[in-house]
Design a protein around this ligand. Structure first.
Ligand code: SF4
Length: 592
């Protein structure tokens, strides 16, 4: 990765001596092992970059657009041609499918930024693609970011906020700047994190309140001292660098002042080791509940009326080795967070051969211990709502050492969970992307065939997922503040804000607001059928009544044909059906 030969001197000197009036940031979205930025998530990247620009050049206009907005524009280049600098944030490191947006592709990055009107404007590629290479899709090797030179003039492998701060300090002169510059300490970017909160009102989800900010607590993985997991880019950051709880809280306070009410403390390798004094010395540092307590109580002081406070990554190996401290931490989180929270465990594989070849973090017994502990502490729920804090499982396929036998190990582990009556919020099944610099690139490949992988995935979806989601969200469970994200024919697709929010399908009825409370009336393998909560008996549509198990088309028509229904008894008489209590408690009758 390097600097383009294209017009470097020309374009930078032609702008030297003047402030940059306008910078355009296009968010192509990131999905890294420790950071998510696909809507409704907003990653720290655009916030920190904007904050760096405003810190050094307060009058520069920063125009922020998501790649989905760009796709909908007829001629984005016309607007961009008025800017002094263009930035594209991009980086799919972890492959996934997304409902809220589609990450930029290499083809799009080339197409959008290749326009003669942009020739004289410096174009910078920043974020994980620039640092690690361009991940295309699971199961494929990443390609060098040099494929984007041109149309981009500069690939920025360093921390974009640090590089941009230098550029702005030098009046936009890129020729003297070290594009590989990184933070010395997290304190280097704390001011940027606070100032960058001001970017949020430009996000397309802002006016609907459909935004959740991903928050960083530390960067790097404590397991870097043994090399970390073979496929992971996080150990490439070296020694983990931690933010102070009060700095995290200041950033949240600034975001909250801008109107953000949902936060995920998800940008770190393992939240349970945040604040540990042993980070850098031990592969599995002992957790420090005092720091976690400080962090969460400061966050609550900074954003007292927040609506969502969730977490993300936790290393099951940490919980297995330090159960007492981990139990304390889980309790602290539950005291301060909002329910429906998930601690994602990067299990990756239960095959001992794969674990050994890829230096994975936890074996099957470690993972079982961690799941049991979180079920015990976090499995309870506020009345009729989602459980407080459940584990989520990430499985990764395509790793060295993998064979058909791996599928048996993974499946039997998942069956064990069912048999022990344990709950995991979701099972994420993905195929690895090989990145330059990771040890996986140099190892022998998996011998698993594509069709074997897809058959196995289907088996998990059918035999495990369905039962799991029934345990997570039994009939009658209320999901608060779900957003209508899409309409597909006669069905709304809704999700609440949060970590791994359940996907809800609701038959269209009378017009609803974008934000609605719903309750569960049925289950799919990875989704829920829901109706508005409470359900107004006289106003629910035919399609909505048909979605209630046991009602069916004929009975639904009977309800719609009835004049006024004032009680559950009357409704049961009309249907000649005894209704379950979870349903009757969710109904609202005329006169209620
Ligand atoms: S434990 Fe493994 S997957 Fe998780 S951040 Fe560290 S190296 Fe990456």
């Amino acid at each position: 990765m390097g600097i383009s030969k294209y017009h470097l001197q020309d374009m930078t000197t032609s702008r030297s001596g003047t402030d940059l009036d306008r910078v355009v940031i296009v968010d192509g979205y990131v999905d890294e092992p420790t950071c998510l930025g696909v809507p409704p998530y907003v990653s720290p990247y655009p916030r920190y970059i904007a904050g760096a620009i405003w810190t050094k050049s307060p009058h520069t206009e920063v125009l922020y657009q998501t790649i989905d907005q760009v796709r909908r524009m007829e001629d984005p280049q016309r607007l961009w041609s008025t800017a002094n600098m263009l930035l594209l944030i991009a980086g799919m490191i972890v492959p996934g499918k997304y409902l809220g947006g589609t990450p930029v592709s290499v083809k799009e990055a080339k197409r959008f930024f290749s326009d003669v009107r942009l020739d004289d404007i410096p174009k910078l590629l920043v974020g994980p693609w620039a640092r690690f290479g361009c991940g295309l899709e699971g199961g494929r090797m990443a390609v060098s970011s040099d494929v984007l030179l041109p149309p981009f003039d500069f690939i920025v492998p360093g921390d974009p906020e640090v590089v941009l701060a230098s550029v702005m300090s030098d009046n936009g002169n890129l020729s003297a700047v070290d594009l590989s510059a990184t933070r010395e300490t997290p304190q280097d970017m704390e001011e940027y994190a606070v100032r960058g909160a001001h970017l949020i009102p430009q996000h397309p989800g802002y006016s609907r309140g459909h935004i959740i900010c991903e928050i960083e607590t530390y960067r790097g993985c404590p397991r870097y001292i043994t090399g970390g997991c073979s496929f992971c880019t996080e150990p490439l950051y070296g020694h983990p660098k931690q933010r102070h709880p009060s700095d995290v809280a200041k950033e949240i306070e600034a975001l909250y002042r801008e109107g953000v009410q949902a936060f995920r403390i998800g940008n770190q390798a393992d939240l349970f080791t945040y604040g540990s004094k042993e980070i850098g010395d031990e592969e599995f540092p002992k957790p420090n509940p005092d720091t976690i307590q400080k962090l969460f109580s400061k966050i609550r002081q900074a954003a007292p009326q927040l609506k969502v406070l969730h977490i993300d990554n936790v290393n099951p190996g940490t919980i297995a080795r330090h159960p007492d401290e981990s139990r304390s931490i889980a309790r602290i989180i539950i005291k301060h967070h909002t329910s429906g929270d998930v601690a994602a465990f990067g299990v990756e594989s239960l095959d001992p051969e794969v674990m050994q070849q890829n230096n994975l973090k936890a074996n099957e017994e470690d993972v079982m211990r961690a799941i049991r502990l979180l079920n015990e502490v976090g499995g309870h729920r506020p009345p009729w709502e989602l459980p407080h804090l459940l584990p989520g499982i990430n499985l990764l396929y395509g790793l060295p050492g993998e064979s058909k036998r791996t599928l048996d190990y993974n499946l039997s582990f998942l069956e064990r969970l069912l048999n022990e009556n344990l709950i995991v919020r979701r099972i994420n099944i993905r195929q690895v992307i090989g990145f330059p610099g990771t040890r996986m690139r140099s190892k022998r490949k998996s011998t698993l065939k594509r069709h074997e992988f897809f058959r196995h995935k289907k088996q998990i979806r059918e035999s495990i997922d369905y039962e799991m989601i029934r345990r997570v969200a039994p009939y009658g469970t209320i999901i608060r503040s779900a957003f209508v994200e899409q309409e597909q024919g006669n069905t709304h697709l809704l999700r609440p804000l949060g970590t791994y929010p359940p996907l809800c399908f609701m038959p269209v009825g009378r017009k609803i607001d974008e934000l609605v409370d719903v309750f569960v009336v049925d289950h799919g393998p990875r989704s829920l059928s829901v109706l508005p909560y409470p359900l107004e008996v006289s106003k629910a549509s035919l399609a909505q009544w048909k979605a209630v198990p046991g009602v069916g088309a004929k009975r639904a028509a009977r309800i719609k044909g009835a004049k006024t229904i004032v009680s559950a008894e009357q409704l049961e008489g009309l249907l000649e059906l005894e209704l379950p209590s979870w349903l009757t408690r969710s109904l609202r009758f005329a006169g209620d």
